[in-house]
Design a protein around this ligand. Structure first.
Ligand code: ATP
Ligand code: MG
Length: 357
């Protein structure tokens, strides 16, 4: 049915749509929680970071900004410094100095330096404002993350079904134990990219345009074109994007999503959202075996290439590089299980989808 159909979405999967929304609704973060998190960001920015390093700024990114936050989701922050003569060097000295300072403020602090960029992980125990405690990741100079956050935010404004699918998949992946890049599976960001690939390239008609390809590249300022050597341009004029001709319900799209990845050729293919058509071969990317590179502190960093997802901007980066052999086995198994359960279209059956594993 085209846009003339008075019904918002087709309804063959209405029971499953209802189930998806019933899982999602309790997870929407309240306006109050968003407000408190912004206050905390501001406190960290003004009272702690700018006092130690006046030229630095603290910018939020990740789910808090891209529209995919859930209640109690972590707070992703990025510290930037444009000054040519900063008090402390941003990638080497500042992380150590700040880690010590956060400790004085009573946060539980872990400084990770073996990661691609230094990261401070902060945990705050339960407080009146955050009764379940709060986790924060503070990265240094990860400017590309700000741009991919903006790309995801733009996609989420085009079609509201995207956000519902993301919230559901995040929840499903968490309870099924396949959402941890530290334990050999995939980050939330990776799952979001799998959903975007599906909505742009697989759903027919497509639910989302490829924002990195539509629209004439009219002259734009350099900051919108390039960051750290990567092309970061994408189409931002939402008023000129017509609504999708795909009117399927959230439930039906979810079922198609699970069935697509249950059969996906993870062995040979790379999931992409930037490439027209959405698929690349591992061979064409040179992502055929595990690669070891030497990290900033002479330690080996292993990139596995079992599950490959091309980052939309940093195209040399495999977002799925944390997924090991067992991780892929589990992820594929969960896609197959989900696909089978959703095909049943019986509430007594698909309720098992989000049972804790
Ligand atoms: P959650 O609510 O589960 O924390 P999230 O949407 O914040 O979900 P995260 O996986 O925490 O997602 O990622 C936050 C941001 O960090 C992403 O928007 C992205 O910019 C960056 N990021 C996370 N994982 C990767 C990765 N593997 N490669 C590149 N950037 C990543
Ligand atoms: Mg996050």
């Amino acid at each position: 049915a085209g846009p003339t159909n008075p019904q918002p979405y087709q309804d063959a999967y209405s029971g499953f749509t209802e189930y998806v929304l019933s899982i999602n609704r309790p997870q929407y973060p309240s306006a109050n929680e968003m407000y408190l998190k912004e206050q905390l960001r501001s406190l960290i920015d003004v009272e702690i970071v700018q006092r130690i390093q006046p030229s630095a700024r603290v910018i939020p990114f990740g789910s808090l900004v891209n529209g995919f936050a859930t209640a109690n989701s972590d707070l992703d922050l990025c510290i930037l410094d444009d000054s040519p003569n900063p008090r402390y060097k941003i990638k080497t000295e500042l992380p150590e100095v700040l880690a010590a300072e956060f400790e004085r403020y009573g946060f539980e602090v872990k400084l990770l330096t073996k990661t691609r960029i230094p990261i401070i992980k902060l945990v705050q125990g339960p407080t009146a404002q955050f009764p379940l405690g709060l986790a924060m990741d503070i990265g240094f100079e990860n400017r590309l993350a700000l741009h991919n956050t903006r790309l995801l935010a733009t996609y989420s404004r085009i079609d509201s079904r995207l956000r519902e699918m993301v919230l559901f998949v995040k929840h499903w992946a968490k309870v099924r134990g396949i959402n941890s890049s530290y334990h050999g599976t995939l980050s939330s960001y990776g799952y979001v990219l799998t959903i975007l690939h599906f909505l742009i390239n697989v759903a027919s008609p497509s639910c989302l345009p490829n924002l990195q390809h539509i629209g004439a590249q009219v002259p734009v300022p350099f900051e919108e074109l390039e960051c750290e050597g990567y092309n970061i341009w994408f189409f931002k004029d939402l008023t000129n994007i017509p609504p999708s001709l795909n009117r399927r319900s959230i439930g039906e799209l979810m079922a198609e999503y699970f069935s697509y990845y249950a059969q996906f050729d993870f062995r040979n293919m790379v999931i992409s959202i930037r490439t027209p058509g959405g698929l690349l071969t591992k061979t064409s990317k040179g992502w055929t075996q595990a690669l070891d590179r030497v990290g900033p502190e002479d330690q080996k960093v292993r990139s596995r290439n079992f599950l490959c997802i091309e980052d939309p901007f940093e195209i040399t980066h495999n977002v799925g590089r944390t997924v090991g052999k067992n991780g892929l086995y589990d992820i594929r198994g969960e896609y197959m299980r989900a696909s089978k359960l959703t095909r049943a279209r019986d509430p007594r059956v698909f309720r098992a989808l989000c049972e804790q594993r």
